[in-house]
Write a protein that binds this ligand. Structure first.
Ligand code: SAH
Length: 569
């Protein structure tokens, strides 16, 4: 059975007229609630009734109007505001003993007048929440009729867990938000000149569509994003203690994408940064997985949130880049054929310079940093610059280098293609290779082993050459007479091309070595992709007889998780 919940809404009741029927303390409380919502309560109760003293006081003070009559139907249609033809805006029956409550309820329901009758849920069209109020902040609890005592206990607990002054923080931040909205228009005009485009425009493939290149619009909203980042990531305590100085910082120092000013660093006390000793810099080398942001580790996510500067490789996918707080400066490697070394050197220099200023620098890499990710070279370089690998808390050199693993495409792409890389009785070893050697030369081809699964990265652009090397002796081998010693791969060995694994446009081509070149030619390429070779490829997915290859489009492997990435910071 479906159990429904209430639709919680916040009603703007300013200038509404509330009809309150009763004379007891609850009637007094309702009048109070009505007044604090800006409405005008009318008390409807006969002259002979004994009024609760608080009610009497409100009447004496002129806050509550008393209509000294017992309920008649026409009251609903004559006591209300003129602009809605005198129909009252809501009715509260505050005594369970009110004889006409069922009748009042029916009449209200028929006339779409919201009605609440105490202790009679079946007669109500709405109920009131147990509320905590702190300035503009209101928190309402309902158990949907399962117990108002319980609701009020829960409300107290929730309220007690909040830092003090949250209400005034809401006021302050609301102010900032309004000012930003007002000034956005001007900002947009300034940015439309184009001075805010970042350096990643040379990377137009959709996989690499990075950060701000498409984003004049985003730039326009940068302050707003920044504000939402603050609301999202600052500890609540720090938010509650937000000062006027913080606010003016948010308003002033954003335009040309600064890192957080020290006074806005959520972890620092805004008054105490003048005497703090220089922070030790840190360089974190982290893998970001094959593509889907849910394949990030928590450690890498934390590093993304903590970094002062992020230097990302070109292949780091959009879904991951989207997790970077907007305040954090990001550089993407300007890697294109022939520029790989220069791109790498550029990032190295930026990393060292920032770390020397005491910043936390995140080198965000695709997959795993040590699997064809040049991670080792980077660590070596940073070490040469005085940054040591952090080990067991030992402080090493000028600052630390930390390396975080990532889910490598070499193993996850086969998985998402339904290929168990080591399948009992089918494959007992996995070999991860590159299809491209240093300076573009072909690497030594791996030997055929019937129980081996080979994963070739960076290989699809030369798949024809690679398949040739696997299935035939090289000229050099023939010349030297060495050929006979290498076992060649049978041409009917199953293989699969897996592209953009874990991305929405993942594609898997299943075929055999003798057809793979033709298949790639016909289907085209969708980088990045890899080639898996070996009997494991067909363990869960066999080609039909006579079928040269099959193509599977799309990625649904993580759909069950949903879109929310809600890991605590
Ligand atoms: N460090 C990375 C690999 C970097 S080398 C890792 O551990 O995954 C780059 C190669 O990785 C690409 O040429 C391609 O072969 C492979 N690759 C990276 N991401 C991929 C993906 N999502 N799907 C398929 N292959 C991928």
């Amino acid at each position: 059975m479906t159990s429904y919940v209430s639709m919680l809404t916040a009603t703007d009741a300013r200038s509404h007229i509330h009809l309150i029927i009763g004379s007891n303390p609850l009637a007094a409380a309702r009048c109070g609630q009505s007044l604090s919502a800006g409405a005008s309560p009318i008390l409807l109760v006969s002259e002979t009734a004994e009024l609760h003293y608080a009610l009497q006081k409100r009447i004496d003070d002129g806050e509550v109007k008393w209509v000294k009559e017992t309920f008649r139907d026409e009251h609903l249609f004559t006591l209300g505001r003129e602009e809605i033809d005198h129909v009252v805006d809501a009715v509260f029956v505050t005594s369970a003993r009110e004889p006409s409550s069922a009748h009042i309820s029916t009449l209200c329901k028929r006339n779409r007048i919201p009605v609440n009758v105490v202790d009679a849920p079946q007669l109500c069209t709405f109920s009131l929440l147990s509320t905590h109020v702190d300035g503009p902040l209101q928190i309402g609890i309902t158990t949907n009729g399962r117990g108002c005592k319980l609701a009020s206990r829960i409300r107290r607990e929730v309220a007690a867990s909040l830092p003090p002054n949250l209400g005034s923080a809401c006021l302050r931040l609301g102010d900032v938000r309004r000012k930003i909205q007002e000034e956005d228009h001007l900002l947009h005009m300034a940015l439309a000149d184009g001075d805010d485009i970042d350096d990643s425009i040379d990377q137009l493939s959709t996989f690499n569509k990075l950060v701000t290149e498409a984003d004049l619009d985003a730039a326009k909203n940068r302050r707003m994003r920044w504000l939402s980042q603050i609301c999202e990531y600052w500890p609540l305590k720090r938010l509650a203690a937000i000062t006027d100085a913080d606010v003016s910082n948010i308003l002033q120092s954003y335009t040309d994408l600064p890192s957080l000013p020290p006074s806005l660093n959520p972890n620092s006390n805004s008054n105490a940064h003048s005497n703090t000793p220089q922070k030790r810099g840190r360089i974190i080398l982290a893998g970001s997985g094959p593509g889907h942001p849910d394949l990030l580790t928590r450690a890498t996510l934390k590093a993304i949130r903590a970094a002062d500067l992020i230097l990302a490789d070109k292949l780091v996918p959009q879904g991951v880049l989207d997790l970077i707080p907007r305040r954090t400066p990001v550089r993407i490697a300007r890697k294109f054929p022939g520029n790989a070394d220069a791109a790498q050197a550029e990032l190295h220099e930026l990393a060292v310079a920032a770390a020397r200023e005491g910043k936390t620098v995140l080198r965000l890499k695709q997959g795993d940093p040590y699997v064809y990710g040049r991670g080792g070279e980077e660590v070596e370089f940073f070490r040469g610059q005085g940054f040591g690998l952090a080990r067991g808390g030992v402080e090493n050199g000028e600052g630390d280098v930390v390396v975080l693993p990532g889910v490598t495409s070499a193993l996850s792409a086969p998985l998402f293609a339904g290929i168990p890389a080591t399948q009992r009785d089918v494959a007992d070893q996995v070999l991860i290779c590159t299809g491209t050697g240093k300076k573009g030369k072909a690497p030594v081809p791996p030997e055929f082993v019937a129980s081996r699964t080979v994963v070739f990265l960076m290989a699809l652009h030369r798949v024809a050459g690679l398949v040739g090397e696997l299935t035939e002796f090289l000229d050099s081998e023939v010349e030297k007479g060495e050929g006979k010693r290498r076992a060649l791969w049978p041409r009917n060995t199953p293989c699969a091309v897996i592209e953009r694994a874990s991305c929405p446009d993942q594609r898997v081509i299943r075929t055999t070595l003798d057809k793979v070149v033709e298949a790639v030619e016909q289907e085209g390429s969708r980088p990045p992709g890899l080639l898996v070779v070996g009997a494991a490829c067909e363990f869960l997915n066999k080609l039909q007889k006579g079928q040269a290859w099959t193509v599977e489009e799309g990625f649904r492997g993580l759909d069950f998780i949903g879109d929310e990435l809600d890991l605590g910071a």
